[in-house]
Structure formats: C-alpha cells, structure tokens
Write a new protein. Sequence first.
Lengths: 369, 570
Amino acid sequence: MKFTITRERLHDGLAAVSPTVPAKTTLPVLANILVEAGSDGLRLSGTDLDIAVSTLVPADVDAPGAVTLPAKKLVEIVRELPSAAVRITGAGEQRINLECGRSKFKLLGIAKEEFPNFPPVKFDKAWSVTSADLLKLVNHVSFAASTEESRPILNGVLWELRGEKMRMVATNGHRLAKMDVPASGAKESADLIVPPKALEQIRRLFGAADMIEIAKSENHLGFRTGDTRVFTRLIEGPYPNYEQVIPRENDKVATIDKEALSSALRRVGVVASDQTHRVRLAFSSGTLRFAVSTPDLGEAQDEIAVSYDGEPLEIGFNANYLLEVLKYMPTDEVKFSFKAPERAATIEPAGWDDPAAYLCLVMPLRLVD
Amino acid sequence: MGKIAVLPRTVADQIAAGEVVERPASVVKELVENALDAGASAVTVELEEGGRGLVRVSDDGTGMDRDDTVLAVERHATSKIHSAAELVGVATYGFRGEALSAIASVSKFEMETANGTDGTKVTVTGGRLERVEPVARQRGTTVEVRQIFYNTPARRKFLRSQRSETRAASEALTVLALARLDVHFKLVSDGRVLLDAPRASNVADRIALLFGAVTATGLIPVDGVSGGITVRGFIQRPAEARPAGRKAYLFVNGRPFRDHFLVRAAEAGYRSTIHPGGRPTLFLSIGIPGDAVDVNVHPAKLEVRFRDRMLVERAIEDAVRGALGGGEAAAEFRGERGNEGTGERSLVPLFARSFDSGAQLDSLFDQRSTGASSPAAAPWHGPTAILQVLSTYLLFETPEGIAIVDQHSAHERVLYERTMAQLSGPGAPSQRLLLPLTLDLSPPELEVIETHGDLLNAAGFEVEPFGGRSVVVHAVPNPHPRFDAKRCLEEMVADFARGRFGGWHNRLERFAATYACRAAIKAGQTLGTDEMRDLLARLFACDLPPHDVHGRPTIVQLPRDELERRFGRA
Ligand SMILES: Nc1ncnc2c1ncn2[C@@H]1O[C@H](COP(=O)(O)OP(=O)(O)OP(=O)(O)O)[C@@H](O)[C@H]1O
Ligand SMILES: [Mg+2]
C-alpha cells in the first residue's frame, strides 16, 4: 500500500468517519478506521456495529492495499500536520509509515480482515429524497424518541414512506412528535424504524447535499450522496399504533405566543419538582394561568394573555415536555388543543406557511389537590 | 374451736419471702442493692455452687451500728423511708424493709458490718436470731447467705442447674452494673472471676466490658426529650438486629425495670428500618419526674407503673426514631476483629439532615457524649466527588473517612418515605400514557389489583380491568427517569400475590415498602454524576437515611481509624 493525499482531504475524510467510531468498545478493531487505497482513491470507513459510515476521498494511489488504523491517533496526528502532501506507505505486518514534510510517524494497525463487513445494502434499487425534506423531518421529530431501554421499539423513529408523502413519528410514550411532508420518489410504501443516532449522522453529513439516495436490505438501510454512505441497522417493528391515540376531538383550542409560553414555563418551572416538573395550566377566557406547588420547596404563579374562548379548564403537565416541544415549533404562535384534564393535548404551529404538517402531542400529569 | 390460726412468725416470713426471694439471683440483687444504697464504691459478689451453697456480698459502704444491725434483719425495718409520703420519688433501691428478713428466713444467714467505730456480726438461721457479737473489721458490710431454702425443701427443688443459677446471678449483677458506672463490680464464682468492672466514665465503656466490643460498636446513641421525659442510652444499628438473642435493658431514674410495652414502643421507633422479625438490642434510661412513676407495685421491684404510660411510650419511640435518623446510625465497615481495644467506638457523624445545615451537624457532635475523639470539623456540605463502583455503590469522602452507599437501598429508603407521605396525602403525581400498558395477570394477581386499587391509584398507577386476565394501565408514577413502570407493577403484584413483605402489618407501610423496593433504581444501573448527587441529597433529606426497608444498611462507613488500622498507621 502506498498513496499520497493532501492533508486537507485526509482531514475531511477522517472528520466524516471518525464520529462513528465508538469511544469505548470491547472489540478493539472498532476503535480503528478502515483505510483502503484503490484505483478510485482512498476509502475510509468506521462503525460501531449499529451504524457505519464510509467515504471516498481523492488520493494518488501508487500501490493499492488496506489496513485499519487507530482512529483517535490518526485524527490527532492529521490535525497537527502542516498543510502539505501526506504520504502513507505500508511497512508490512499492519504497520504504516506516514510522512508529511519533515514529520514522520510509524503506526501500528490491525488487519483489515478483522474489520466487520458492511451490511449488504445494494444501491441499484435505491430511491431518492431531497435532503431538505428528510432533514426537516429529522429535525422536528427525532428528539421525541425514547432513550429508555424498557421498550426498544420506542428508541427508534418511525419513517413512513408513501407514494405522495413521507412521515416521521417518534414518541417516548409520554409525548409524541409527528410530521408529514409531501414527497415523491419512494417506489413502494415502507415503514422503517430507524435509530435516531443514524439520523443524527445523516444530518451531520448530508446537510449540504441536494438529493439523498436510500436503499434497503432486509435489516439495514443505506443512505448515499456522492462518495459518502451511511448504513444503519433497522429496529424491528411493528411500531405501536400511534394513529389511534392521536386525539381527533380536542375541541378546546388556545392560540398562544410561543415565547411568552416558554418563558412563563421556565420561570415557574424553577420551583417545580425535579422529578416530575409538574405545572398546572388553567385556561380561561383570554388568560392562561400557571401554578406550581412543590412540597418542601415552594410555590409559583404566573399568567399570560392567550386567545381562548372555551370553557375554563385546568390541566397538568411536565413542564420539560412542553418546553421541549415548543423549542421545535417553527412558528411564533402555537395552537394548543385539548379536551379534558386526563386526555392528550396537541400542539401545532399556528399559521405556518409550509407544505409540511407538524403535530406534537403531550400526555398530561394527574393533578392532585 | 375455729379452724383459723395465726401462723407462727417464721412461717409467715417464709411465705412472704417467696415474693422477694425466688432463687440465688434474687439474693444477689437484694444484697447488691443494699450495698449501693449504703454508698458503696466497690461491691464483690462471690458464689458457690451457683449460689445454692453460698452467696457472699461485700461492700465498702457506710455499715451499721450494733442496734441497726439487729433491726435490719427484722421485717419492715428500713432506714430508707419513714412515711408513705417519702415513697414518692424514692431515690434508693430499697424502701420496703423486707429483703434481709426474707432472705434470713430461708437460709443460714450471717452479716458482718462496721461503721468505722462499731463492728457487729449477726447470725440468723431459718429466721431465728442466733447470735449478735462484736467483730473487728473495716468499714463496710459483708453478708453471707448459705444453703438457701434449706428449710423449705419444696422450693429448693425448684432451683435450676448450677450453670443456669450462675447465669441468672450474673445477669442480676449486670443490670446493676449498667445502672451504676461509678461503682466497681466484681463477680467470683467458685473461685473464678466472671466479671470485673472497674468504675467507668461512660456507658459505652461499661457496655463494651459487659457485652464485648462487637456489641458496643454496633450501637448508636439515643438522646431524646419529649413531654418532660428524657430518654438516653444506646440502641442497636438496625442492620445488626437479629430475630433472637437481643438484650433489652430499661431504667427509670436509674432503677432497672422490665416493661414489655416500652420495648415494643422502642421497636416501633425502628419501624421500616428493620426486618419485621428483627429484635434490636436496647439500653434505655428514662428520666421522669419522681411523682410520674410508682416504683412500689412489685415485691421485687421488677416493674413500675407510670402515671401516663402513653407519654412514656411516645418519648421512647420518638427518641429511638430520632437516633436512627442520625449519621451515626449508618453501618460501619468491619474488618476482622479480635485484638482491638475493648470498648473502642468509632461513631462517625456522617451527615446532617441536609448537607447545608451546619447547625444540625454540630448537634450531632454534641450528642456524642461517649467520648469518641474526633477533631471538630467544619460544617460539611456534602460529597465533592462521587464514584460509582460496580454500577451499584456510590463511594465518597466524608469528614471522617469514606462512605459507601448502596444505590438501590438508598433509593428504596427515599421512595418509601415519599410514598408514605403521598399515600396519606394527596397522592403521587402520575403521568398519563399515550400508549397504555397491558398486563396479563394470574387470578391471584388480579385479586391484588382489586384489593389494592386505592393504594395503586394513590401511588400513581391508574389500572383498569380489561376483560379476561388482562388489565390496562393508563397512567404511571415517575419516580426516576429510568423507571420501568410495567416491570415495577408486575413485580409488585406478584409480591402481594405471594405474600412477600407479609411481616408488615400496616397495609400502607407494606404497600409503600413493596413499591419502594420495586420502583427503586436497580443495582447494576450506571448513573450519571447528577443522578448520584441527586440521590444522595434525597437520601440525606430522609427521616431515616441509614436504613432501607428490609433492615439492610444504605450506608457503610470506612472510618479513618479503620483505614489507619489497615495501613498500620495506628
Ligand atoms: N450493706 C448494707 N450496708 C448498710 N446498711 C444496710 C446494708 N444492707 C442493709 N442495710 C440496712 O438494713 C435495712 C434493711 O435492709 P432491707 O434490704 O431488708 O430493706 P430495705 O433495703 O430498706 O428495703 P427493701 O426490702 O426494699 O430492700 C436497710 O434499710 C439499711 O438501713
Ligand atoms: Mg434492701
């Protein structure tokens, strides 16, 4: 193996791949990056077994070859190198010499055979989505997935592909986010349950791209733009029937200034219990009152003006859930709908001039007096 | 001629003696009490054949003159009170004036006494005054009681083995040795010294000497006042309480007595900190105004009567509970023992009620009347760094060494106390579920859901039958971010169905204990720094931080002196 590459290209390639390398692992080769020199350039790959990222960067290859090298050390070395050509030469027995200007390094790697094989995802039957659509879904939905291990299915984000639209849904069982965007491209309908970690890599790597190619094997999903690919394991379904729990008859509707609502929640939330963050919202004509009372700590009250003309209603929430949802709302005003203190409340953007449809749902906390 | 005749005096005395003198141990008790009443600073008891052959008690007290010596063996002769009014608040052990005559009526009795000027010896056999003669001796009194019950063979038959009589006699002396630290006690049995307790400056030392260092170091101090009643002493750490072999010593105004109900009250103070079958060792001394207690209700003065028993029970329960809440109640790391100094105590004040209350910490120091030496520390504001070990234990530095907290036990304690408050208050916060949980249960488990519906609801579980053997759960509590509601509920229902925690008689407490046990963070769960800090803060804000609901410790301490011993720095 022998190749020359600019320090910048090597750096960018490593930057794309190295975030996938796990910080701690019991399998030593996973701490390494697979470096393959071939006729089309230098391919760099990393994986944590759930997700794999692979990218091709231009390089002058004199002799093809492959080895895995310690990701952390390689990244640190390349970061400190001067801006000049980097020459890497195989030195036998998984060793390489790295030269750049007057700097010389010898690094010991691990045989490429030990590196896990990539999932068998074929891009020949791939479909495409615009990066803007996909990232819009990811940005508004994936936060809502569960991080607890008790229900693994909820650790994933449901991605529904239909002829005319795409939808993403995520929930932890206490609150849910759902977004639809009109889209074509998918050849067939599919329900994919994707780990949010993989979507995070898509967001990181494909933000600037135009179109993203997507291909599926039985258990894996592949994303590709240009020379970079991301593979992820799919979570096995079926995803719970969320449609059935989205309320259709929430007849009480308040339109609220998002910033006013958030800051009031943050203020009174200071004295809410660390455990449940419980706040009481009391809607009445034209006003929304907030009350928090935590034994051993104290109480807080606040009030904002809202547009509401339904019957007075009191409902309790985990303030953090509300704040989180509000953070992702794309408009200055939000539409808050509910029916009864024990029923799900929904929050939607108010007056959003966008072809997408966004809805978040928050389950209430029981109010006790 | 009528059938009734007045009994001869000796026979009447023998019958009366039955109430006071039951076995050699009663003789020991009466004679030693007399010695203490006479202001002795050293008392020696010698036994032969477990006291059946001889009980000899010698003291260095005031002694008596010749007239008093003769009077002393008469019935109802006492120097200690002169009228019924003086019975109120009587400060001497004796006041009935019958012990010596009773003993002398059932034995071969000799008393030698000298008050500094006169020396006298009386000999009484089976209640008959044989001789009064002058003797020369040092100030003090020696009483010899030989062949107890020689003249009442029926009663002599009831005496137990020599071993058991010796043990009873030794116990009688032990009780008094606990009451009077300022006196040197010695017990010799057939020439062997069984006990040699020099004057002690604190109870802990005396306890260590009488019961061994292991018992002494397993104790925590009690110091409580309520309703004008003080309760002081030492009680066993909950983690060490066993179902058998406990010792319970009660004293009122320095006088030993027995009272099953007060022991119960002390145990009630342990509630939720020990396994329901655990019986803690207790050394409790009650201080109460003399007119609030009647000591003359039992011939051998083994019992007393309180004017307001409820008040005393409450004072004891509160004092015990108060003691268990302190840092000293935390379990202590125990290495191999044996060659340690006897009676050495290393009670480490671990925490105040909350980290930031320095005042509370000071009072913990004050409470330590037992003389453990420790540099007075600045108020402690909680651990700086916490290390999680084996994903189960939280380890941190305290002013006195290292403390190790079991995360599950600690959280159990936190949840238990919170749940008790919620069950008797407005109920726990409860998160409605978007996707209700379905549980498939066995018939006994379904029964549990029915009978505990109110409590489940108050704890935050909204459960509804769903037909067949299923129930749906619409809302769940949220005791910590990693809470697995489904598993918790399944385990709780199974516990109830199987009668686990059956020893908890109170329904609320049993429920709270079960819930706390099942909802708490598990061992093996990796925690973030904030979570660990939060858990410790909550633990230390509890009423009884050092104990979980199964009688296990939540905290183990590795004090500085133990570290020093292990590293050979001592
Ligand atoms: N060791 C002693 N030293 C000095 N005086 C003693 C001693 N033992 C007994 N006496 C005197 O003898 C009296 C009678 O003793 P006795 O034990 O019979 O009665 P008591 O102690 O007064 O009452 P009780 O029957 O309640 O013990 C005592 O009141 C005390 O004055
Ligand atoms: Mg007496």
